[in-house]
Every structure is written in C-alpha cells, then in structure tokens.
Design a protein. Structure first.
Length: 127
C-alpha cells in the first residue's frame, strides 16, 4: 500500500477543498506545492518569499532575543527543530544579510565565522 497524504481546508460558505497525494515517491516539495495550491484555491495566496522571510524572522525574534550571538548554522538547526523544515544554509545566509542591511541585526566575524544578533535599536524599539 502506497503512502497517502490528504490536505484540506474550508473556504467561504463552508465549502471544503481537499487535495490527496498518493504514491511511493511523495516528497516534501510535492506536499508544499499541494499546500500552496490549496491556499490559492482558498483565496489565501501569500507570497512564498515574504512567507519564508517572516517565518525566519519570527524564529530569530523568539529564539535569539537574549542578545547572544548566533550563526547561520545555529538558525538552520533551530528552524529544523522548531518547524521541521530544512532550509539550505545559503538561503538562510541570504535572509540574514537582508535583515542586517535593514538594520534588524548586528553582525561580526569573517566570511566563514559570521555571527549575528538582534540589533540594539530593534530591541529598544520593540520594548
């Protein structure tokens, strides 16, 4: 018997949308595509780019708000533990650079030992 994954949601007026994935080679990309399709059909289309950025930022604020320095590898592991998502390290580094350029993070170190923490100005503004 091959694995079967069912994803469903309710839209306006109590209508239900269901997508079923069935087969021996179902992977996480298939599930994500099905979920995104479901969100579009339900009228909940959210940009994947913004969604990823927001998700990563929320993890940083929640787990690294104590002023301690963290690396891209620390963040990758935290996202994997908390959300069960394996994001490539180069993608995480790109998001960290964007947050740094927007003034949300401070950084120190060299190319291979870069460390980040929430910027003092961000912490002051959020209190």
């Amino acid at each position: 018997m091959s694995p079967k994954i069912s994803i469903e949601d309710y839209i306006s007026e109590g209508k239900r949308i269901r997508i079923v994935l069935e087969g021996s080679n179902i992977n996480s990309k298939d599930v994500i595509r099905a979920y995104e399709l479901l969100r579009i059909m339900a009228g909940k289309n959210v940009s994947k780019k913004n969604n990823s950025s927001n998700m990563i930022w929320k993890v940083i604020k929640r787990r690294f708000n104590n002023g301690f320095w963290f690396s891209s590898k620390d963040l990758k592991e935290t996202i994997r533990e908390e959300l069960g998502i394996d994001i490539p390290i180069n993608s995480i580094a790109t998001y960290l650079l964007r947050f740094y350029r927007r003034g949300l993070l401070e950084r120190k170190g060299n190319k291979f030992g870069m460390r980040y923490r929430l910027s003092n100005s961000f912490i002051a503004n959020s209190q």
